[in-house]
Write a protein that binds this ligand. Structure first.
Ligand code: ADP
Ligand code: MG
Length: 376
């Protein structure tokens, strides 16, 4: 295996009284595409710089394959970084930019030529070898930066929001390419982003960060379907989320079935969870908008665990492949429930539900989820 295992253990980094990183631990597997995801200012760059060796933790440890790397200078760590801005040499050609790290090491000319051509091919820039950076698009410049960072054959590539300067479509294309490059080189990638859709689409695993802390580490699937905290549920994708109180809890197949009181819904609902929750505990109930059904008639309940509320459509938003509905409940709560409906059949389910229509929103107990609100 070419990649390293990266272990970050109880790392803290403060600037004066401000804790940019607060007791952060992450274990990144060999060859993994691992993302650090969180809002601006949560400490992602600080953590990346510590791994790269440009910054130093106050306490804690960083190891590559169980070897302490904190005493090593950045160029001795077998890691390399791609930054948001390209940092290319404007007066050098694509070829010379990519060759630069090897020229520094006085590598033989013939070897340089062979390696530059190999890496130029990897990032699909064969036709642009003798152009200067000013003649390249943003996406092409970033590919030069990636090739230049890889040519020294690091064992971990650190990428700090490398796509954020590009426009949306280009970003998506380059992201797919980055995934393919990762597959080909097989080393560990640590990818920093504040964009949840980017992180979900390419990562093997993601660490969700906020305010200097890691809140959850998991696969994209785990993080989306089973968010650990209120913050994670709200930051990843869109969701309905309401504070609730657990009223009862009983075993249900391999899970637990709970009745919870939700003041925002002016009612009680049923929800399942893998873990039993204590009666009386205050939590948050969440259900993703695509798991809520909307209908003009009272939904036929096949189980007693269907939660149904009557409301009025406030804002239908048709967007081709799906419609979004913001439904204001009819009870005195006035709470809005978000519903996303996929249009999966041709014309069949067109925009039959309109503004001001009276509708029913419903979801099953298993589609809902309870999360802890760590900030409360
Ligand atoms: P992110 O990359 O997630 O946007 P950073 O790691 O860059 O966040 O920064 C985390 C926090 O630490 C921010 O609030 C930032 O203002 C602060 N910070 C970063 N570097 C310094 C510094 N050199 N001096 C003081 N504060 C800093
Ligand atoms: Mg940053």
């Amino acid at each position: 295996m070419k990649g390293v295992e990266v272990t970050v253990e109880r790392v803290t980094r403060s600037y004066g009284d401000f804790k940019a990183l607060d007791d952060v631990s992450v274990q990144i597997h060999k060859g993994e595409f691992f993302s650090l995801l969180g809002p601006s200012g949560c400490g992602k760059t600080t953590l990346l710089r510590i791994i790269a060796g440009f910054d130093y933790p106050d306490t804690g440890n960083v190891a590559f394959d169980n070897r302490d790397i904190l005493p090593l200078a950045p160029d001795k760590r077998q890691s390399n970084t791609v930054f948001q801005t390209y940092a290319l040499f404007p007066h050098l050609t694509v070829y010379e930019n990519i060759a630069f790290p090897l020229r520094l090491k006085h590598v033989e000319k013939k070897v340089i030529d062979q390696k530059v051509k190999e890496y130029v091919k990897l990032v699909q820039l064969e036709e642009h070898l003798y152009k200067k950076p000013s003649m390249l698009s943003g996406g092409q410049k970033q590919r030069v930066a990636i090739a230049r960072a890889l040519i020294n054959e690091p064992r971990v590539l650190l990428l700090d929001e490398p796509l954020s300067a590009l426009d949306a479509k280009l970003r998506q294309n380059l992201l797919v390419e980055l995934d393919q490059i990762h597959d080909k080189v097989g080393i560990t990638f640590i990818y920093v982003t504040h964009d949840q859709s980017e992180a979900l689409s390419v990562s093997d695993r993601i660490a969700v960060m906020n305010k200097g802390k890691v809140l959850q580490i998991g696969t994209p699937y785990e993080i989306y379907e089973a968010p650990a905290t209120r913050f994670v549920a709200q930051f990843i994708g869109e969701t309905n989320i309401f504070p609730c109180k657990v009223l009862s809890c009983e075993p249900y197949e391999s899970e637990y079935l709970m009745r919870v009181e939700v003041p925002a819904l002016k009612g009680e609902i049923t929800v399942t969870d893998y873990e039993p929750q204590q009666i009386g505990s205050l939590m948050d109930f969440t259900v993703r908008p695509e798991k809520v059904r909307i209908s003009s008639n009272v939904p036929r309940s096949t189980t007693k665990e269907l939660n149904t509320f009557k409301g009025i459509v406030e804002e239908p938003v048709y967007s081709g492949f799906q419609s979004k509905f913001y439904v204001k409940l009819e009870n005195e709560s006035s709470t809005q429930v978000k519903v996303f409906k996929q249009h999966t059949a041709f014309l069949e389910d067109g925009p039959d539900i309109e503004w001001k229509d009276t509708v029913y929103v419903s979801w099953t107990a298993t589609d809902g989820y309870l999360v802890k609100d760590t900030e409360r």
